[in-house]
Design a protein around this ligand. Structure first.
Ligand SMILES: [Mn+2]
Length: 537
């Protein structure tokens, strides 16, 4: 999003101008904490990350591969978001290749809630016959219940990445690590399956592609293991195309025809659609889509998911419009409570509000027992801040930028009061921009930066500041006079600069100081290097 003149305080421009390629390469290496040589990870890098970072050794993985010796009927208990769905699929595929076919259950966001509870468990026992319950992407929050189940003679395995309060005792298998997402953990197990020829290369690559989706969906820092998974997954998506037919069907319904895959397609096309199923329908739709190979089902399920995604977008907008006057300002917080907002979209609405007003936003729904979701664009730890009034909540969880809670309705006024008196700073994250000389504005800059893909959490996209821009040629793009392609006067070999949504206070010929990011436009199997202007100073 183009910030226009808003942004002086937002950009942190380096003082020293980069004038040589060597300096630039050093800057990028510093930025990412990696040398250029390490940017092409291999399976050997993945294996060492699995052992060192995920702490999954061959011996430990062996325990998992032994489970079929003790049990006959496994049931996977997953989660309703994109990480929960992809991790459940990866694990189920691995079990199938172990000749240990499993049943799958994903809880319903509204009806069951997150994790395992005794109500859902007794429902499960009636609906399925299983002698081994495998929770994935949940479980560490419900250890007492699960340990009890184990005491009653039931097999229990837990694979989870949420923060652990204490070590479990007497489970049949326990894999826990907070460095990656559940899909990352499932993939680490599948890696040993691939190594032991339990799964073929084709299946391995399909699972790798899906794991890259799960890791990005849960916003894991793209360093070490997560970086290798994301990089190898995207590489395979580009080389082999999507290997999961459900993914192909989903992209077709989304009218995504480009042959090129990057983090944008994962973050903005695939992940919201997988999540939409669990937000306003049932996550089982998305899991079924990934699992089926039947043409008619691929068609009908992907169509239904596309419809749900559209509905999610519309209802987020509708509720925002209908209730914008109901948003209360409480100190530095915004709060919206309406009992009829669907639980699946309160996080999306909180996100929109926090982006629009640049302050933390709380959106609450329900009656009796309320559910809340909080998002913040500012630099402070949201979940830790909310813990200041921990005693108000029935439950509270989350991380720095996002939190979720449940609360008794009679505590709502106390919550409002506490938020109003909570003094959080509204300082926004500054972004770094390297000051660059026009002499480096060549295609080479685009390709150097491109090697560091994918960008994301803990792996920020590089931005550059240019203070002596002069346009040689200006071409309007499309109608409306808002988008332009500009060519630089000083460097004849420079790729074009593109600007979208030029604020009306600027004319393209007067642009002098700008922030841009190098990128490649993939079109018709061709690569077009370009510089996208993201801000004007
Ligand atoms: Mn997860």
């Amino acid at each position: 999003m183009l910030q226009g003149k808003l942004s002086h305080s937002f950009w942190q421009v380096e003082e020293e101008k980069i004038t040589t390629w060597r300096e630039l390469e050093k800057k990028l290496e510093q930025n990412f904490g990696e040398t250029k040589e390490k940017l092409k990870p291999t399976l050997a890098d993945l294996e060492s990350a699995i052992q060192k970072e995920i702490n999954l050794t061959p011996t430990k993985a062996g325990e998992f591969f032994q489970l079929p010796n003790s049990f006959q009927h496994p049931l996977i208990y997953g989660d309703y978001d994109a990480d929960g769905i992809t991790s459940s699929y990866i694990l189920a595929t691995l079990l199938r290749h172990l000749s240990f076919p499993c049943q799958l259950f994903l809880p319903h966001r509204q009806n069951d809630g997150y994790g395992v509870n005794s109500k859902t468990l007794s429902r499960l026992k009636k609906a399925f016959y299983f002698d081994l319950l495998i929770t994935i992407d949940n479980g560490v929050n419900d250890l007492p219940l699960l340990e009890n189940l184990k005491k009653e003679g039931q097999g229990v395995a837990v694979i989870d990445h949420h923060s652990l309060k204490r070590q479990p005792s007497h489970l049949d298998f326990f894999l826990h690590n907070t460095h990656t997402s559940a899909a990352g953990l499932a993939l680490a197990l599948a890696f040993y399956g691939y190594q032991k020829n339990i799964i073929s290369r084709q299946v391995w690559l399909e699972l790798l592609q899906l794991a890259s989706i799960g890791v990005l969906a849960d916003q894991m820092p793209l360093r070490g293991f997560n970086y290798v998974v994301a990089k190898l997954g995207l590489e395979s998506l580009n080389r082999e195309g999507p290997l999961n037919p459900g993914l192909t069907a989903l992209l077709k319904q989304a009218s995504w025809s480009k042959e090129y895959f990057d983090e944008y397609i994962l973050n903005f096309i695939i992940i919201p659609r997988l999540n939409a199923a669990g937000r306003i329908g049932s996550a089982n739709l998305a899991l079924k889509l990934l699992s089926t190979r039947k043409e008619n089902l691929l068609e009908s399920l992907s169509r239904e998911i596309e419809r749900l995604n559209h509905q999610r977008q519309l209802s987020t907008e509708e509720y925002l419009n209908d209730y914008q006057n109901e948003v209360e300002q409480l100190g530095n917080f915004l709060l919206l409570y309406q009992e009829d907002i669907p639980e699946g979209i309160i996080g999306l609405i909180a996100n929109q509000l926090s982006q629009k007003y640049r302050r933390p936003a709380v959106v609450i729904t329900g009656k009796g027992e309320l559910k809340g979701s909080v998002r913040s664009p500012a630099i402070f730890h949201l979940t830790q801040t909310l813990r200041h009034f921990d005693d108000l909540f029935l439950s509270l969880g989350g991380h720095q930028k996002a939190a979720g809670f449940s609360l008794k309705e009679d505590k709502l006024e106390a919550l409002k009061h506490s938020l109003k008196n909570e003094r959080v700073s509204l300082k926004m994250e500054e972004k770094n921009a390297h000051f660059i000389s026009p002499s480096l504005l060549e295609e080479k800059l685009v390709y150097l930066v491109n090697d560091y893909h994918p960008f994301g959490v803990a792996r920020p996209r590089p931005f550059f500041f240019l203070d002596e821009f002069q346009a040689r040629k200006i071409y309007p793009l499309g109608q409306g006079g808002k988008h332009y392609k500009l060519f630089l006067k000083q460097e004849k070999n420079s790729p074009p600069f593109l600007i979208f949504n030029l604020p009306s206070t600027f004319s393209p010929s007067t642009i002098q100081k700008l922030i841009f990011t190098p990128e490649i436009n993939h079109f018709n199997h061709q690569q077009y290097p370009q510089f996208r202007i993201v801000d004007l100073l």
